[in-house]
Design a protein around this ligand. Structure first.
Ligand code: AMP
Length: 402
């Protein structure tokens, strides 16, 4: 089976064509700067194999329709392509960030589904417009392939009201659906399932804390396979200190800035999402640069690392209290998979709660799941590489096979 997984941003299209059964990836790529004077496309056929062939294009790409057509031309190209015609694609799986309260599982797309995703645009103004554009183009380009949407919010729809309600006037929930939704659900669910496989135990018996630390970051409390709390909220801004996002701040700061600095709502929103987090604290948002700067004595880089890892630890501790009994903590995504210092600092001081890491195992680099806790650690600690594209392809396959 061949599933084309598409993740459309407001000005980008990330794609991968893969087989969810064999897990082999035929092609992966990224179209960027859609709508700008100079668009870019990078396409990798047979990535990670000895046949890998990279093609790059630079040309104006006015909209998602033009971007998707370029992708289809490349993957069906007689010389550079990986399939002979688009009819070989069995299904399309779309990543959608916000599925509101309606979707707790993937769905096969129809006009009603697209309209609902459109109605969620106020909840995800940076993401959902790109998704809607991508879905509409794909429906036109692949009229015979079933299209499935997989929502970042779906896994978190099991969170109970005491964890998802904000203590705001109740009418705001009724009128505008203001509540906590949570994101990165596909990744949290994937690593939770993978860990159950690694432990050879049913997921329905396990209590886990999944720690997704990439450019965006969130932590989820998973009770017997179900998300019961997560750090992100109405939008992906709440919770952890991220690359450029502040995570939790006192909400009164917004009014304070408006009154004392004359900042507009738009300016405050941009500052919290794009100019805060690690970047706001030390000017860098890539953890590798931050470590290099710390090695050269950069104090603000050290503060940034400290603020980020302390916030991680605070939430891991909070979710230990939420779950009561924790079988394992799992780290994933760019920082979680690669950064042993962040992992160690995020778990520092949790020994009396049964969390002990093995320094040697933690320093190890692996592309496969690895256990990094000491043999006598009551709570197991693992690093599990996430694979959101594979998870979306599998969910797409599974719903079509039902
Ligand atoms: P993601 O959003 O999962 O792709 O993660 C991207 C982030 O992972 C980057 O911004 C880096 O901060 C971080 N990252 C990637 N590789 C490494 C590494 N080797 N060590 C530390 N951080 C890394």
């Amino acid at each position: 089976m061949k599933v084309l997984v598409i993740n459309c941003g407001s000005s980008s299209i990330k794609y991968q064509l893969l087989d969810p059964d064999t897990e082999s990836v035929l092609v992966s790529g990224l179209v960027e700067r859609i709508g700008e004077p100079r668009g870019e496309l990078i396409n990798k056929a047979y990535p990670g194999t000895d046949r890998e062939a990279v093609t790059t294009l630079e040309q104006p790409i006015p909209d998602h329709d033009a971007g998707m057509r370029l992708v289809v031309d490349l993957i069906t190209d007689p010389e550079k392509g990986v399939i002979s015609h688009k009819g070989e694609i069995d299904a399309i799986g779309h990543r959608v960030v916000h599925g509101g309260e309606r979707f707790s599982a993937p769905v096969v797309v129809d006009e009603d589904v697209v309209e609902y995703i459109e109605s969620c645009i106020p909840l995800a103004p940076l993401h959902n417009p790109g998704h809607v554009a991508g879905i509409r183009v794909a429906m036109e380009l692949f009229p015979d392939a079933p299209q499935v949407t997989v929502f970042d919010t779906a896994f978190h729809q099991t969170i109970p009201p005491h964890a998802y309600m904000y203590a705001l006037p109740y009418e705001l929930y009724e009128e505008l659906r203001i509540r906590r939704y949570g994101f990165h659900g596909t990744s949290h669910k994937y690593v939770a399932g993978k860990l159950a496989e690694c432990l050879d135990r049913p997921l329905s018996e396990l209590n886990l804390i999944t720690v997704h630390l990439g450019n965006g970051g969130s932590i989820t409390a998973v009770e017997k396979g179900r998300s019961v709390d997560t750090t992100m909220g109405l939008t992906p801004l709440e919770g952890l200190v991220m690359g450029t996002r502040s995570g939790d701040v006192d909400p009164a700061i917004c009014a304070f800035l408006a009154r004392n600095k004359g900042m507009s709502i738009e300016e405050i929103d941009t500052m919290l999402n794009k100019e805060s987090g690690l970047k706001g604290l030390c000017g860098m948002n890539d953890m590798r640069d931050i470590h290099a700067a710390i090695a050269e004595g950069d104090e603000r880089a050290e503060i940034a690392l400290g603020v980020q890892t302390y916030r991680n630890r605070k939430y891991i501790g909070a979710f230990m209290a939420v779950l009561g009994c924790v079988d394992a903590i799992v780290f994933t995504a760019g920082i979680g998979e690669n950064d042993d210092v962040v992992r160690r600092e995020s778990l520092k001081g949790l020994e009396c709660l049964g969390v002990n890491i093995d320094e040697k195992a933690n320093a190890h680099r692996a592309k496969e799941p690895m256990r990094i806790s000491a043999v006598d650690s009551r709570v197991a600690v693992w690093v599990i590489p996430t694979n959101e594209e594979l998870a979306i392809a599998r969910e797409t396959r599974d719903i079509l096979n039902k």
